[in-house]
Design a binder for this molecule. Structure first.
Ligand code: HEC
Ligand code: HEC
Length: 486
């Protein structure tokens, strides 16, 4: 059953890719419904867009636009802000090297090692890879080069496919109990690796978690422009939330911030806006994704005897006399600067179609969650100072209905709530939505629609999807082309 789901997911991804070709190939169009029926029969309904269920569209009418697919390379994202100071520019090579660094188990120098005992990948760039360093999953899943690297005895969890998005796993409850969990359960362990002799450590049982409905999957968020997002004032987010209330009310849009329980500020990183800053997120990612302990998260996530090879924390601020200035901060601070200084993505060329698409994006009401822009305040880092950023997000969380709900609360974000995804850069993105369920941007829009059930209220985006489906063919296509120009 679980394997069917995985296969169906990759099959669906592939089918999305051919969809763009369908208008040209009538015969393909005729076998598509049959293929979909087979998928339905296989119990894979979760990954089918509502528009094809039962041959009718919910909401009707059916969407007419097609996804032209991702804009080709070269990447129009990646690279650092052009306004960095000379001193900041000096450390660019060092922070890039840190983001790219492949971590081994044993620490052999102050800037090396610390992988495991459990991990998802061995470098930041493995996951944040496309269309350039800092982004999201690349076309072929790099975890297939990581899981048995250096002799590791891991098997690949069923939900990873070689041409699908990198997915990481969380459990809703602790396995076999009703005690809330919510944590990332790392896909792999260092067992069998040449640099981890004697370590015996099994991978989590993802099949069981899936059978029990306890498995939550998330794809990689891109990080471009995060340094600018993090300095946006809380009050700017609140003012924006409280603007256009009449329009929002008529569409059924509300939403609220995911406040930090510690300082009351608005968190904004991650699919549920569960983390406040690039520093915290980088420290967390070091430990959660790679098992590299650091000054913010100083203990190993898994402390199995025989699998601990280094004193903790494994990376620290470097006080060795004579060390290069740019090596002074610990590894995770350097990855923080990498993230903080990344340019926002540059949109592709605009045309009369994409300009009209932007107007339709407003007309359909998308813009009441996907806020066009914020302006950063006066900051102590001149490169981040007073810049208008076109991120297309309100940085708050919304009820998205049972269709997207993952059952996992995080801080103030409920089990069906997600941060409005910033849409900058989606022109070159390969997979959409928190679980990477589709490569088709039209499906991503349709999947915003879902009606209430006994567990969840309806999606706040329902009316905007109805509006989208009701746009004229040209207006709808222009809207989609506008999204692919971002
Ligand atoms: C195994 C894949 C993987 C690796 C390795 C990885 N990340 Fe991530 N990253 C993710 C995923 C998945 C998310 C979304 C997490 C969530 O919301 O639960 C994410 C989110 C982020 C975000 C938040 C972006 C946003 O705007 O919401 C930042 C920043 C980030 N990662 C930085 C890093 C850094 C720095 C490293 C290396 C120290 C790193 N990541 C390593 C998978 C990875
Ligand atoms: C109620 C707020 C809301 C409205 C209205 C809304 N969205 Fe979204 N949008 C979201 C949220 C939240 C997500 C992330 C959902 C998830 O990952 O499960 C999202 C994700 C997306 C994505 C995928 C981005 C990614 O990172 O994978 C696209 C594309 C998108 N929206 C386009 C649109 C369009 C076009 C409209 C109007 C027809 C629209 N949205 C209306 C809240 C909204």
């Amino acid at each position: 059953m679980t394997n069917i789901k995985g296969t169906a997911m990759s099959l669906w991804t592939k089918m999305n890719r051919v969809q763009a070709q369908l208008s040209k190939h009538k015969w393909l169009k005729s076998i598509l419904p049959l293929a979909l029926l087979l998928l339905l029969a296989a119990g894979a309904t979760t990954y089918l867009p509502k528009s094809v269920k039962g041959g009718t569209c919910t909401p009707s009418p059916c969407p007419t636009a097609t996804d032209p697919g991702p804009r080709p390379l070269p990447a129009t994202a990646g690279g650092f802000l052009g306004t960095l100071s000379a001193n900041e520019v000096q450390i660019e090579p060092s922070i890039t090297a840190e983001f790219d660094r492949v971590h081994d188990v044993v620490v052999t120098s102050p800037t090396d090692g610390g992988l495991g005992p459990v991990f998802n990948a061995n470098s930041c760039q493995t996951c944040h890879a496309y269309p350039a360093a800092g982004g999201s999953s690349p076309p072929s899943n790099p975890l297939f080069n990581v899981y048995q690297y250096n002799g590791a005895s891991n098997s690949m969890p069923f939900f990873e496919t070689s041409t699908g998005p990198i997915l990481e796993a969380r459990f809703i409850n602790q396995p076999g109990t009703t005690i809330p969990d919510g944590n990332v359960h790392q896909l792999f362990t260092i067992q069998g690796r040449a640099d981890a002799p004697g370590c015996t450590l099994a991978q989590p049982n993802f099949n069981q978690a899936s059978t029990e409905g306890n498995l939550v999957l998330r794809q990689v968020t891109p990080t471009y422009g995060d340094g600018l997002i993090e300095v946006v004032r809380n009050i700017a987010i609140i003012d924006n939330m409280n603007s256009n209330l009449t329009e929002k009310a008529s569409l059924g849009i509300t939403g609220h911030p995911n406040y930090s329980g510690n300082d009351g500020s608005i968190q904004r990183f991650g699919w549920k806006a569960q983390v406040r800053s690039t520093l915290l997120m980088s420290a967390l990612q070091m430990n959660v994704e790679m098992g590299v302990t650091n000054e913010t998260y100083p203990t190993e996530i898994n402390q199995t005897a025989g699998c601990l090879f280094n004193p903790v924390p494994e990376t620290v601020t470097n006080f060795t006399p004579g060390i290069l200035t740019e090596m002074f901060p610990g590894d995770y601070s350097r990855t923080e600067y990498f993230i903080q200084w990344l340019n926002p993505p540059t949109p592709g060329p605009s045309s009369s179609a994409t300009k009209n698409g932007k107007t339709q994006f407003t007309n359909a009401g998308c813009v009441y969650c996907h806020t066009t822009s914020f302006t950063t305040p006066h900051t102590s880092r001149p490169a981040l100072d007073s810049i208008t950023i076109s991120l297309y997000s309100d940085l708050i969380v919304h009820h998205m209905g049972p269709g997207l709900a993952d059952g996992l609360p995080q801080g103030g974000a409920g089990p069906d709530e997600f941060r409005t995804s910033p849409l900058w850069g989606i022109g070159q993105r390969l997979w959409f939505l928190h679980d990477g369920r589709t490569a088709n941007i039209v499906t991503a829009i349709e999947d915003h629609y879902s009606v209430a059930n006994t567990s969840y209220v309806q999606s706040e985006a329902n009316q905007t999807v109805v509006n989208f489906n009701n746009l004229s063919k040209t207006n709808q296509q222009d809207l989609v082309d506008f999204l692919r120009s971002l």
